[in-house]
Design a protein around this ligand. Structure first.
Ligand SMILES: Cc1cc2nc3c(=O)[nH]c(=O)nc-3n(C[C@H](O)[C@H](O)[C@H](O)COP(=O)(O)OP(=O)(O)OC[C@H]3O[C@@H](n4cnc5c(N)ncnc54)[C@H](O)[C@@H]3O)c2cc1C
Length: 210
């Protein structure tokens, strides 16, 4: 039987309990998540032998997806708006803390409590657009409100989600309220959650491209 091994550099991940329970329920014994305390970090990747070396073991894969550490694009670094890997912003406007004439949103920004997601980026874009319009035309700039939901489909019709609403604090984006799927939900609730994600995708693509 095929097996998926996750060599995670982080000790925990979003919706961890929901995923772990879902893997056990739908793919028992097929998904093995190994945290950094156990594997000690990836020491090397050999694409010719398909071997991934860690302190724990050398894993030989038929297919491997190696994700390097991420950071804001070179353009952001060259513009001087990054501090370390990411770009700090003023929460009320998404303007760069380093240069108020540059707005940074989405994955490149330090949006504190908000996760890096397409939903977050779209929400931050609206705040930035509102601020830029106000700056250019003197029109009213509404208080920044942000939202995010991340849906995950564990198996057919078994959807889970985590999300929150946010507001601009003086130094960072703060959580107003939040929600997460529960471990004991009925299959009807999980199906509804999955259907919500399809509705969200349809809505956000229409919002962006039409
Ligand atoms: C596997 C995976 C699944 C995901 N699933 C979801 C999901 O279900 N829901 C969700 O909300 N989010 C999801 N995300 C996260 C989401 O994709 C990102 O958070 C989102 O794309 C960030 O948007 P962004 O515009 O900030 O950055 P990007 O989407 O990274 O866009 C930046 C763009 O800038 C371009 N660029 C870089 N340098 C230059 C330059 N010098 N000149 C011109 N262009 C340049 C890049 O080519 C890129 O197209 C997922 C991500 C991954 C990897």
């Amino acid at each position: 039987t095929a097996k998926i091994i996750v060599l995670d550099p982080k000790a925990k991940f979003s919706k961890m309990g929901l995923f772990t329970a879902g893997w056990e329920k739908h793919y028992s014994g097929m998904v093995e998540w190994i945290g950094p305390e156990a594997h000690g970090g990836i020491k090397s990747v050999n694409h010719e032998t398909m071997e991934i070396v860690t302190d724990l073991d050398t894993f030989k894969a038929d297919a491997a997806c190696v994700i390097p550490a991420m950071r804001a694009g070179v353009i952001a670094q060259n513009a001087g708006v990054t501090d370390g890997d990411w770009a700090p912003i003023i929460p009320a406007t998404m303007a760069s803390k380093a240069d108020p004439n540059i707005y940074v949103l989405g994955d490149a920004s330090v949006a504190s409590a908000m996760p890096k997601s397409g939903f977050s980026a779209n929400s931050q874009a609206k705040v930035a657009a509102n601020a830029i319009r106000g700056e250019l035309t003197g029109s009213r700039v509404y208080d920044a409100r942000f939202a995010n939901t991340c849906w995950s489909l564990i198996a057919t019709n078994d959807g889970v989600k985590v999300g929150a609403n946010y507001k601009a604090g003086s130094e960072k984006i703060d959580v107003v309220d939040k929600f997460v799927s529960q471990g004991n939900e009925s299959s009807e609730v999980r199906k509804t959650t999955y259907e919500e994600s399809i509705g969200w995708y349809s809505g956000i693509t229409t919002d962006m491209f039409s």
